[in-house]
Design a protein around this ligand. Structure first.
Ligand SMILES: [Zn+2]
Length: 377
């Protein structure tokens, strides 16, 4: 057996290979992700952690398999696999980190304390400034999300950079006197240099999370390819959003659960939903003020925000959590927390409901908006 802390079956799981049949204890047959055949002609050999496709003839070790699919080197494949199987591979808000396969725990790496918010703001702002938004992501934000170019640029969405640029981007920030230690996403790699955690398997576009103070407190990645949880039922699509976090990495730091705020800090009425992107879209469509938690249950930061808003003149909170609050106990629980916190800070609170065919308030508003525009034309 090898010294790897994972097996080829762990890699098959990460690559979401379609397992067709188990020949005997020595071989598992899957569809080949390289040539795309669909008859389970790729043999995976757990004893040697190798694979061979009887259709296209490709073969090799498990790092090569992962590397071929994601276009990364063996060394990077090793890091990404370890990371995905032990820490940080799944959104932190989903509970315990996923450990699968051999279940070997990584050694404890020292963490950093969170840097002062103003420093985090400066560093993440500079990071965003050095990135671009790909045409494909801009097109998605335009056509699927209904945002204008002006809004897209205003909110500051950017595409995640390729892995090979992470070190360089970080060095550049350090050279400019910006602090990276204690900023979510940054950590010290195996070569002893500071870098930032952008992987190919977690590529996507970045959503800035700005507080009511106007500072950037964190970034969320909207994944190009959702990550499936091992224990999730088959109909579940997998996580679409991931915080930019370096929890579990050397001198890394967790993202926390920053509350995103968009609109007027003196608004009489403030809407609360989950997800910064949803809030941005709903704000762009209505001009109303929105606060967004990371997930429906990450309501911790709302206490401080509501205290501030209440003193600032807000009279009413409108709970606008996704419509699955009526059957998803987690979302329902989050919605109740919003109501209780509003009452605690002496603000009125009511629940917003809409056509349940639309899950999020952004989907519903966008559909309304598009219908109205159709009528005008
Ligand atoms: Zn093949």
């Amino acid at each position: 057996m090898s010294d790897f802390p994972f097996t080829i079956l762990d890699v098959a799981y990460l690559l979401r290979l379609n397992i067709r049949r188990r020949g005997n204890p020595l071989v598992v047959y899957a569809d080949c992700p390289i040539c795309g055949e669909h008859r389970g002609r790729m043999g995976l050999y757990p004893q040697t952690n190798t694979w061979h496709c009887f259709h296209c003839g490709e073969s090799g070790g498990m790092l090569l398999l992962y590397g071929k699919i994601h276009g990364v080197s063996n060394a990077q494949a090793y890091h990404e696999i370890c990371d995905a199987l032990s820490v940080g591979g799944f959104p932190a808000e989903n509970g315990a980190p996923a450990v699968t396969g051999t279940g070997k725990q990584p050694q404890e790496d020292p963490a950093s304390e969170r840097a002062p918010e103003r420093e985090i703001h400066r560093t993440l702002t500079a990071l965003l400034f050095s990135l671009t938004l790909t045409q494909a992501h801009r097109e998605h934000l335009r056509t699927v999300r209904g945002l204008t170019d002006e809004e897209i640029d205003g909110f500051g969405f950017k595409s995640t950079p390729p892995y090979r640029l992470c070190r360089e981007l970080t060095e550049d920030l350090v050279k400019r006197g910006l602090r990276v230690q204690g900023v979510p996403g940054f950590y010290v790699d195996d070569n002893g240099g500071w870098t930032v955690k952008f992987y190919q398997r977690t590529s996507g576009f970045l959503i800035p999370q700005r507080g009511v103070d106007g500072l950037l407190h964190g970034l969320q990645i909207r994944l190009d390819n959702p990550i499936r949880d091992d224990n999730a039922p088959p109909e579940k699509k997998g996580a679409k959003y991931l915080p930019l976090s370096s929890a579990g990495k050397r001198l890394g730091v967790t993202s926390g659960s920053p509350i995103h705020f968009v609109g007027d800090p003196h608004a009489r009425v403030v809407y609360v939903t989950e997800g910064a992107l949803k809030a941005d879209i709903a704000h762009a469509l209505t001009g109303r003020t929105f606060a967004a938690t990371v997930g429906a249950n990450n309501t911790g930061g709302l206490d401080e925000l509501f205290s501030f808003l209440s003193r600032n003149g807000t009279e009413e909170i409108i709970e606008a959590e996704d419509m699955d609050k009526h059957h998803n106990v987690g979302v329902y629980r989050g919605a109740c927390a919003v109501h209780n916190l509003a009452l605690k800070h002496k603000m009125a609170c009511r629940q917003l409901n809409w056509d349940p065919a639309y899950k999020g308030i952004d989907d519903w508003l966008l559909a309304l908006y598009r219908k109205r525009n159709e009528k005008k034309e």
